[in-house]
Design a protein around this ligand. Structure first.
Ligand code: ZN
Length: 425
């Protein structure tokens, strides 16, 4: 029980070794080799091109930032980056460029998914094909998300541009205790990961492994019938210890929360975004607005519970979904920033367009619902100059959809074509 006897994470923990190990676990090594055959990694890094050249032409372009709609638009992408986007004739189209015909379709930026669990290469690929060209991880079991992030850099068509969370900061690590040898001293702790030292240790191992964000929890899980999602597992002080350790590494915290008090404690502890948050109260929403704390309600996951074959989970879903929808609308009306996230996991990737559909069903306008999966989520991920719009300098990530998303956001659930960093998939 003496956490002071636990040494700090060792310096032998190198990024290279970590990435190789995590890639093997995620089954991504073969995918990488297939996608980018090369003599060795270091030569490929020098001066390599990371994106494709493509001209998307003829469709109706929607800019989520302004709501502006441009008919007969042309988007020019060079080396994976947008060079111009707007009405035909405004920009020179490079001769001989590959052209993607978008006539009769709507052109949107690739969507941003703010809460997803990508434990395998297949899930990463599915997420992109379903429209999420950028994403934030909600943690993985064995650091696969760190490898997925690298996979996305090497072979953009295979994974969303990712903010990785590493492993979940939770009282009981379970099998995840084996994710890193530096975690094993925590197995001696009878009460699990609860002391400030133990909490700090898990955050620091995540940071050493290269996590971009830290994921923790205040409540138990909703998706397991034997757990009570309103039961609190960490108090404000413990959450503050997690936030402080993350901040020392310059990172923000996303926090799984359900109960009114749990949400309040998490927000007061200084988290960057509240995840799920079904019973978030008005005092907490005001505090979130004041602090700029994001709300990622993951309506898709709660709606999924309602369809569960388990009667406890189905009842939970039916009870929580209308409460959560009201919280989403209240948050939006107060000016709390919202981010779309499906909380997909376990091999079943849901289209991020489904979350937009549920944001709309909660009462947001179509444009505001689309913003939760574009400009809004992009800002949460620190990608506001990269993702969420098609404008000069932004990533060449494009969605083609069949129909006007401002009239019917459900078209986003079935993108007819996805372009990732200038590569048409
Ligand atoms: Zn999650």
């Amino acid at each position: 029980m003496c956490v002071e006897s636990v040494p700090p994470p060792s310096s032998r923990l190198t990024r290279r070794g970590v990435l190789a190990g995590a890639a093997a676990l995620a089954g991504t090594t073969a995918a990488l080799t297939a996608a980018a055959p090369r003599a060795n990694a270091s030569t490929a890094r020098e001066g390599r091109r990371t994106g494709g050249d493509l001209v998307v032409e003829g469709g109706t372009l929607l800019d989520p930032a302004t709501g502006e709609v441009t008919e007969d638009a042309v988007v020019v992408i060079a080396d994976g980056v947008v060079r111009s986007a707007g009405r035909r004739g405004k920009a020179a189209v490079p001769e001989g460029a590959e052209v993607l015909d978008a006539h009769g379709r709507w052109i949107l930026p690739g969507l941003v998914e703010a809460h997803i669990h990508l434990n395998t290469a297949t899930e990463a690929r599915d997420a992109v094909l379903l429209g999420a060209t950028s994403a934030r991880s909600g943690s993985t079991n064995f650091y696969q998300d760190i490898a997925v992030r690298e996979l996305a850099r090497e072979a953009p068509g295979q994974a969303p541009r990712l903010r990785a969370a590493g492993i979940f900061v939770t009282p009981d690590l379970g099998d995840t205790i084996l994710a890193d040898p530096e975690l094993t001293p925590l197995a001696k702790l009878r009460e699990g990961v609860r002391s400030p030292e133990a909490l700090r240790r898990v955050v620091e191992v995540n940071l050493a492994r290269g996590a971009d964000v830290i994921k923790t929890r205040v409540n138990e899980r909703a998706g397991l019938p034997e757990q009570d999602p309103l039961a609190q597992v960490y108090d404000r002080e413990q959450l503050s210890a997690v936030v402080a350790a993350a901040r020392r590494g310059g990172k923000g915290v996303l926090c799984h929360s359900y109960s009114e008090k749990g949400c309040h404690d998490a927000v007061m502890a200084g988290i960057r975004s509240l995840e799920h948050g079904a019973f978030v109260g008005e005092r907490t929403l005001h505090e979130m607005r004041r602090r700029g704390t994001y709300f990622t309600p993951t309506l898709t996951a709660i709606a999924g519970l309602a369809e569960s074959s388990d009667p406890v989970l189905a009842e939970r879903g039916r009870q929580y979904l209308p409460v959560l929808k009201r919280a989403v609308l209240a948050a939006h009306e107060l000016g709390v920033p919202l981010a779309a996230g499906t909380d997909s996991s376990g091999g079943k990737i849901k289209p991020i367009g489904r979350e937009v559909e549920l944001m709309r069903a909660a009462g947001l306008s179509a444009l505001d619902a689309i913003r939760t999966a574009t400009t809004g989520a992009a800002k949460l991920l620190g990608l506001e100059r990269t993702a969420g719009r098609l404008a000069r300098g932004f990533a060449g990530d494009v969605l083609l959809v069949d129909g006007d998303p401002l009239a019917d956001v459900t078209v986003l659930k079935k993108p007819v074509r996805v372009v990732r960093s200038g590569f048409a998939l």
